[in-house]
Design a binder for this molecule. Structure first.
Ligand SMILES: Nc1ncnc2c1ncn2[C@@H]1O[C@H](COP(=O)(O)OP(=O)(O)OP(=O)(O)O)[C@@H](O)[C@H]1O
Ligand SMILES: CC(=O)N[C@H]1[C@@H]2OC[C@@H](O2)[C@@H](O)[C@@H]1O[C@H](C)C(=O)O
Length: 371
């Protein structure tokens, strides 16, 4: 099958910036990695995005853009176009298709409502490249959670290692972004996936508020603190963790309120433990204990989270690796996934499955914009 050169764009719940990755893929099993880059948002823009979550609470229908959201959507789109131009100026690749995630500002699966700010038509116009966007909406229209969408790509990555990992199935991909999600890949059959709880978003909010820094670089702040078990328990009592999947979260579903008044480093360490233990709890909802855990996303750079995961996984006789150990770049897995999903969408292939989002049957999705 012929390969498409596709570019994926992810501006995730951490709101830290834009990840871009170029892939050559058939949207099925073949994946060849191209160049990738990260374009960080400045502090002022991160603040604007955080404020937009409050404004977005008024939205009743997906198309509504109250307050400054219309202007913000334009700015987000223009920033993506600038990032694309910057990456393309440094490579000879010519993407045929863009998969555009946009910025999630509201996610209420219980109301069949998910809103990503990002104007696909404008991006196609600004870049001259066809764009697939709004990839979550069709899943919701078919009874799904609208998230997570990355599992189809995780499953393709796992298939690419089928021979090497023969004795390690079932495997589980753990994406520690602003929110964390997992994809369980069995030896045969569809992947099982769901959001597991807070990833880095609460840690980012805590160290920004108490320490004036955007994230806990290398987990250094947390490494100086201790785990306050009573606070961890307050988080883990949330009924979300007792529910089995499919399930998904809005960025505001967990807040700093349960943390209480801690000092900076204890707070950061405690939130790292919340992140790891909520992932460990998720394994209770899987049909079998995975033998191999592959950690992707920014949270793999926080050694406190990874150490807690290793301890928990070892008790289940499982091995924990980071994406790089498998030869992948864990910073760009999601951006790559959006490139892969765009190609699947263009071919009408399913993006989601009943076992990943709860949709009634496997469904494709995405709106198409042509320059
Ligand atoms: N060097 C680092 N040390 C510690 N944490 C880091 C480091 N680099 C990134 N992070 C954390 O990772 C976060 C970004 O992760 P990622 O890019 O996976 O999130 P995202 O794109 O928002 O994804 P999602 O959509 O899954 O929420 C940052 O906000 C920060 O908390
Ligand atoms: C609604 C939304 O944007 N959800 C994100 C968020 O960030 C992580 C988790 O929550 C996941 O469900 C999803 O992103 C990933 C990339 C996904 O859809 O697979």
């Amino acid at each position: 099958m012929s390969l498409t050169v596709a570019m994926g764009l992810m501006s995730g719940t951490s709101m830290d910036g834009i990840d871009i990755a170029i892939l050559r893929t058939d949207g099925v099993d073949r994946v060849e990695f191209g160049p990738a880059a990260f374009f960080p948002y400045d502090a002022e823009f991160r603040w604007k995005l955080a404020q937009s979550l409050e404004t977005a609470k008024q939205i009743q229908h997906r198309e509504e853009r109250p307050g400054n959201l219309e202007a913000l959507e334009r700015e987000i789109t223009e920033r993506h176009a600038d990032a694309i131009k910057s990456l393309l100026s440094k490579t000879s690749e010519h993407p045929e298709l863009i998969g555009f995630h946009g910025q999630t500002v509201l996610h209420r699966p219980q109301n069949t409502l998910t809103v990503q700010l990002g104007d696909g038509e404008l991006l196609a116009h600004l870049t001259g490249i066809p764009v697939v966007y709004d990839m979550r909406a069709n899943d919701m229209a078919h009874g799904g959670q609208g998230a997570p969408l990355v599992p189809a790509y995780h499953a393709a990555l796992a298939r690419s290692k089928a021979a090497e990992w023969r004795d390690l199935y079932p495997v589980v991909f753990v994406n520690i972004g602003g929110i964390s999600n997992i994809t369980y890949v069995p030896t045969a059959g569809d992947p099982i996936a769901f959001d597991t709880g807070p990833g880095n978003a609460l840690i980012d909010q805590w160290v920004a508020r108490e320490g004036g820094v955007p994230f806990d670089d290398g987990g250094r702040i947390a490494s100086e603190g201790g785990i306050i078990e009573t606070a961890v328990e307050r988080y883990l009592q949330n009924p979300f963790f007792a529910r089995s999947g499919p399930k998904s979260l809005d960025r505001l579903d967990f807040t700093l309120d349960q943390l209480g008044a801690l000092d900076l480093s204890d707070g950061a360490r405690t939130l790292a433990a919340v992140s790891a233990r909520s992932i460990l709890k998720a394994v209770d909802h899987l049909p079998e204990k995975p033998k191999l855990w592959i950690i992707c996303g920014g949270g793999r750079k926080n050694p406190n989270i990874v150490a807690d995961l290793r301890v928990g996984a070892a008790l289940q006789n499982a091995e924990v690796i980071v994406a790089e150990d498998a030869g992948w770049n864990g910073d760009f897995t999601e951006a790559e996934a959006w490139a892969y999903l765009a190609v699947r969408a263009a071919k009408g292939l399913p993006l989601t499955y009943p076992s990943t989002t709860g949709c009634r049957a496997p469904v494709s999705g995405g709106e198409f914009a042509r320059p």
